[in-house]
Design a binder for this molecule. Sequence first.
Ligand SMILES: CC(C)(COP(=O)(O)OP(=O)(O)OC[C@H]1O[C@@H](n2cnc3c(N)ncnc32)[C@H](O)[C@@H]1OP(=O)(O)O)[C@@H](O)C(=O)NCCC(=O)NCCS
Length: 152
Amino acid sequence: MGARWCLGPSPKSLDDATVEVVRQLFLDQTGERYAEASVKTLPIPEWGGNLVLLDDNNMIRGLMWANKFSTSRVRIVAFAIDSDYKGKGFGAQAWDFLVEAARHDGHSEIQLEVRGDNEFAIDFYRKRGLEIISKLEGYYKSGIGYVMRGNI
Ligand SMILES: CC(C)(COP(=O)(O)OP(=O)(O)OC[C@H]1O[C@@H](n2cnc3c(N)ncnc32)[C@H](O)[C@@H]1OP(=O)(O)O)[C@@H](O)C(=O)NCCC(=O)NCCS
């Protein structure tokens, strides 16, 4: 099963069918239910931190959506990969592309929110130099969350 990361479009320009694919991906992989409108209003510009994983039929199999939170900091808003494509190194690849794009634009930190029970993701981010900097109560529907941040 081949797939490759490509520069993604701005969420507001997505057609209805693609929004549905994105919503299903988020729901399956994170348990978060996004309204159709909230996918389209996610503030993700077109840049090297907006990536879609496309399979051989150009179907979306993953997303890395990050924005330029401040001059120093990039924030990952959404990061999810279809079950069939997880654990094959695609996440690591997206991370490396994001870091490269962020550094190129002069950013020095990456920040994100993660569910407290998502040990795989927390471990993935720790290995990449991020640390838990605060705890989030009431951010996720079920359980606590963490803010993680690290230098790149
Ligand atoms: C978190 C997530 C995006 C990571 O993506 P992924 O593609 O599964 O991750 P990878 O396969 O790149 O990385 C997992 C590990 O497998 C390793 N790996 C690399 N190539 C591999 C291969 N061919 N086979 C198996 N493992 C491999 C990677 O090196 C990595 O190990 P490391 O962290 O020690 O470097 C993905 O698992 C996901 O969508 N999870 C559900 C949603 C989620 O939790 N999102 C984050 C919310 S904040």
